[in-house]
Design a protein around this ligand. Structure first.
Ligand SMILES: [Zn+2]
Length: 381
């Protein structure tokens, strides 16, 4: 099946053209005659060839030779069907139509999670869009792209800020519309297991590199990535559960594109820690939240300014040292990561115009009882 499409991609590459128009006008009829594939697949192969050539031109060095290592072919809805059968080998069969007469059916084996999702799709909870066939290490993989329409909560009542911390992978806090001055239920995710996995694998890699087992090293990289990813999903699920305990929640996070907060990078321990994959976690949180109908907002660069240095009670911008935020103006003493998260939540409540979320001016400085909070994976209120 797909070998024919690959031959067609290669065939297109020999024209050495990145112009779809040129290729269409000069080659379409021939391609149709030689390869007997339907129009959509011919287009797919042509576009793939253009894409491959463009990326080759962008990245080539003087002595580069274009080689096709891994290629994927996308089938849109017109070109495939998917059905559940009573076949004993596997009930799931993918039928690709290559042209008007020729179809091929392929048995598909799913992992447990994928099976659940595809069953949902077969029940109509998701709609099928494209399927992408990829050959990797001699085996074929089918990537199904599914679509779901979800309705997001449009009048949120609780803002939940999720931030990376200095010493935690993630920290969350909630601010309710009814009582915005009283942040609720701060929670921390330390990412210990990720740190452990990373430490372990970097140790093994160092040992192997001495012996120059590069292939093995590469393999381990893949396994490490898989394990870290697994942990990120577990943590993201816990965060979504946390979020769902509040009425009509909306999530707010820092936009990390192009922003790097000034953490000191000198110490070795810190270095490993700072590579904790919060960005990846954000992406997972975002799609899991949206599936639950929970909106996700990001702060603008301006809104993000000083979130870690500002006192969430009085608005004073202070210098911070260590794990605790101490406000020299109103003498608030607070967990540093949690203070930053509250400021992120307030940036959104301000945007939404909830109550007076401007930090109040303290009437009498230095008076009053200050809350003291300690870090830990615990609830605060
Ligand atoms: Zn203060």
């Amino acid at each position: 099946m797909s070998p024919r499409i690959f031959r067609l991609v290669k065939w297109y590459l020999q024209f050495n053209s990145t112009s779809k128009k040129f290729l269409h006008e000069n080659t379409y009829e021939k391609a149709k005659r030689f390869f007997e594939l339907n129009t959509a697949l011919i287009q797919t192969a042509r576009d793939k060839a253009v894409e491959v050539l463009k990326s080759f031109e962008r990245n080539k060095k003087d002595d580069s030779i274009l080689r096709l290592k891994r290629i994927s072919v996308r089938f849109d809805k017109r070109c495939y069907g998917f059905a559940k059968t009573t076949n004993v080998l596997t009930p799931y069969w993918l039928t690709l139509s290559l042209n008007r007469r020729k179809r091929i059916s392929l048995p598909i084996v799913f992992g447990e999670k994928q099976k659940q999702r595809i069953e949902e799709a077969l029940r109509g909870e998701w709609s099928f869009t494209t399927v992408e066939m990829v050959k990797r290490n001699g085996e074929w993989y089918a990537h199904f792209v599914l679509r779901k329409n979800v309705e997001l909560i449009d009048d949120p009542e609780t803002v939940i800020a999720i931030d990376r911390g200095k010493r935690n992978l993630a920290v969350a806090v909630a601010v309710s519309e009814n009582n915005p001055d009283k942040p609720m239920k701060g929670q921390f995710w330390r990412g210990e297991e990720i740190k452990r996995v990373r430490g372990l694998y970097s140790h093994i890699r160092r040992k192997l590199q001495g012996k120059k087992l590069l292939k093995k090293v590469k393999e381990l990289k893949g396994r490490e990535k898989y394990k870290v990813n697994q942990q990120l999903h577990i943590i993201a699920n816990q965060i979504i559960e946390y979020v769902k305990q509040f009425p009509k929640p909306v999530i707010v996070m820092e936009n990390l594109n192009g922003i790097r907060r000034n953490f000191k990078k000198s110490r070795k321990l810190n270095k490993r820690f700072h590579s904790l994959p919060f960005r990846k976690l954000q992406a997972i949180i975002e799609y899991k939240a949206i599936l639950e109908g929970i909106g996700v907002k990001y702060l603008t660069k301006r809104e993000t300014k000083n979130t870690s240095k500002t006192c969430h009670k009085c608005g004073y911008v202070a210098r911070i040292k260590g794990r605790t935020f101490k406000c020299p103006r109103c003498s608030l003493t607070y967990n540093r990561d949690l203070n930053a998260a509250i400021n992120i939540a307030y940036a959104l409540t301000r945007r939404m115009g909830w109550g007076s979320c401007e930090p109040p001016k303290p009437a009498d400085e230095g008076i009053g009882v200050k809350p003291t909070l300690n870090a830990g994976s615990s609830l605060l209120q």
